[in-house]
Design a protein around this ligand. Structure first.
Ligand code: FNR
Length: 383
C-alpha cells in the first residue's frame, strides 16, 4: 500500500515511465520506426483515435469524501470467471515485431500479474506455445474468423484443448482499413513470417498450402489472405461458432446499439465495444460514446466489455462507471513489451492496476460494483 512513498525514499525508479499516456513518446524515442508505426498508427487521418481520447477527457469523475475506502477489492466476475481486476490484455497481433519473445513475454506477464490475456489469431507464436508460457494464467482466444469451416474448427479445437476459456470474435477487421502508416512503411517485409504462426502451425490450414509457399512469404500470404480476410461473415453464421466452442463467446468491435441487440438475440454472451483503437473506420464514433449507447440498449441483458483509448486508471474507472464490466488494455502494454519484454508488460499492468486502485479509493469506492454513473459529472457538451 505504501510502495509509492517508499520506492522514492529508496531511490528506486521504474524501468520506464509509469505514465501510460506518455509511453507512446517513450517508445517513439527508443524503438525502430516500423514497429513504432505499426502500434501507434491509426486509420486515415487519425480522427477516431483522437476522438477516443477526447471522449475520456469529456467525462469527469466526482470524488466523494469521508468514506472509509480501504482496503479495496478489485476482484470481479466476468462471463462467469472470477478476475483479479476488471482488466484484460487486448488481443494484439504480431507482437514479435516489438520484442523477440512477443506474445510469450506477454503471456508470462499476464500470469505474473493475474490478468487474463486475449491471444490474437494474428499471433507470432502458436496457440500451444502461448498457453505454455501463460501457465496457470487465465487466457481467452480472439478469432479472426476464417472463410474455411474446417480451418476455423481446427483453430478453435486447439484453443479449447490448451485452456483458452472465452472466445472473442473480432468483427470489425474482416478487411484492413486504409492505414497510411502501414502503407507508407511497406510493412509486409517487416511482418514477414511473424504474424501467421497460428495458421501456419495448423494442420488443416497446412493441408491447403502448396509445398513451395513455405519458402515464399508472398505466395503464402496470397494463400492465407483470402481465407482470413476480404469478406465479412453474416449474422446467420454465428451458430457455427456455438457448435465449435463450449465456453462464452463475445463479439468484439460492436459500436451500434442495434448490433449489440442482435448479438443478444443471437445468443452471444457479451460484446466488446471497440473501434479497434481507431485503426478501422476513420471518423467512427468514439468508443466511450458508443459504450453509453450500447449499455443503454443491452446493459441489463448481457455483459458489455470495452476497449479503445484506455491510458490510465481514471480511464478504466470512467468506462466501468459507464457500465463496462471490464476493460481491455491495448497499446500501452505493447509499448511496455517493446521497452522491456515481460518485465515491461508487468510494469505497465501493475501501474494501471495501482492507478485504478488509488482512483477507486480516492473516489470512495471499495468494490468494483460501487463504480457507477453517479461517480461521474455530466459529460461536457461535445465540440
Ligand atoms: C490491435 N487490435 C487487434 N484486435 C484484434 O482483435 N486482433 C488483433 O490481432 C489486433 N491487433 C492489433 C495490433 C495493434 C498494433 C493494435 C494497436 C491493436 C485492436 C486491439 O485489440 C484493441 O481493440 C485496441 O488496441 C484498443 O485501442 P487502444 O486502447 O490501443 O487505443
Amino acid at each position: 500500500q505504501f510502495e509509492i512513498y517508499l520506492k522514492g525514499l529508496e531511490d528506486q525508479v521504474p524501468p520506464f515511465t509509469t505514465d501510460l499516456s506518455a509511453l507512446e513518446d517513450a517508445a517513439r524515442d527508443r524503438i525502430d520506426p516500423q514497429p513504432y508505426g505499426y502500434v501507434a498508427g491509426a486509420a486515415g487521418t487519425g480522427a477516431t483515435a483522437r476522438a477516443n481520447r477526447a471522449a475520456f477527457d469529456a467525462h469527469r469523475i466526482v470524488p466523494r469524501m469521508l468514506r472509509d475506502a480501504a482496503p479495496r477489492d478489485l476482484r470481479t466476475t466476468v462471463l462467469g470467471s472470477e478476475l483479479a481486476a476488471p482488466v484484460l490484455l487486448a488481443p494484439i497481433g504480431v507482437q514479435s515485431a516489438l520484442h523477440p519473445e512477443g506474445e510469450l513475454a506477454t503471456a508470462r506477464a499476464a500470469e505474473a500479474t493475474g490478468i487474463p490475456m486475449v491471444l490474437s489469431t494474428a499471433s507470432s507464436h502458436t496457440i500451444e506455445e502461448v498457453a505454455e508460457a501463460n501457465g496457470t494464467g487465465q487466457r481467452w482466444f480472439q478469432l479472426y474468423w476464417p472463410h474455411d469451416e474446417e480451418v476455423t474448427a481446427s483453430i478453435l479445437a486447439r484453443a479449447r484443448a490448451t485452456g483458452y476459456t472465452t472466445l472473442v470474435v473480432t468483427l470489425d477487421t474482416w478487411q484492413l482499413a486504409w492505414r497510411p502508416h502501414d502503407l507508407d512503411q511497406a510493412y509486409l517485409p517487416f511482418l514477414r513470417g511473424n504474424g501467421v504462426a497460428i495458421p501456419l502451425s495448423d494442420p488443416v490450414f497446412r493441408s491447403r498450402l502448396d509445398r513451395s509457399v513455405e519458402e515464399d512469404p508472398r505466395a503464402a500470404a496470397m494463400q492465407w489472405l483470402p481465407i482470413f480476410s476480404g469478406k465479412a461473415h453474416t449474422w446467420d453464421e454465428l451458430g457455427f461458432l456455438h457448435e465449435h466452442w463450449d465456453g462464452p463467446i463475445v463479439l468484439k468491435g460492436i459500436l451500434h446499439p442495434q448490433d449489440a441487440r442482435r448479438a443478444v438475440a443471437a445468443g452471444m454472451d457479451g460484446v466488446v465495444v471497440s473501434n479497434h483503437g481507431g485503426r478501422q473506420v476513420d471518423g467512427a464514433v468514439a468508443a466511450l460514446d458508443a459504450l453509453v449507447d450500447v449499455v443503454a440498449e443491452v446493459g441489463g441483458e448481457t455483459e458489455v466489455l470495452f476497449d479503445s483509448g484506455i491510458r490510465s486508471g481514471a480511464d478504466a474507472f470512467k468506462a466501468l462507471a459507464l457500465g463496462a464490466r471490464a476493460v481491455l488494455l491495448g497499446r500501452p502494454y505493447v509499448y511496455g513489451l517493446a521497452l522491456g519484454g515481460a518485465e515491461g508488460v508487468r510494469h505497465v499492468v501493475r501501474s494501471l492496476l495501482a492507478d485504478l486502485d488509488l482512483t477507486m479509493g480516492l473516489v470512495g469506492c471499495t468494490r468494483v460494483a460501487q463504480i457507477g454513473p453517479d461517480t461521474l459529472h455530466r459529460p461536457a457538451p461535445a465540440g
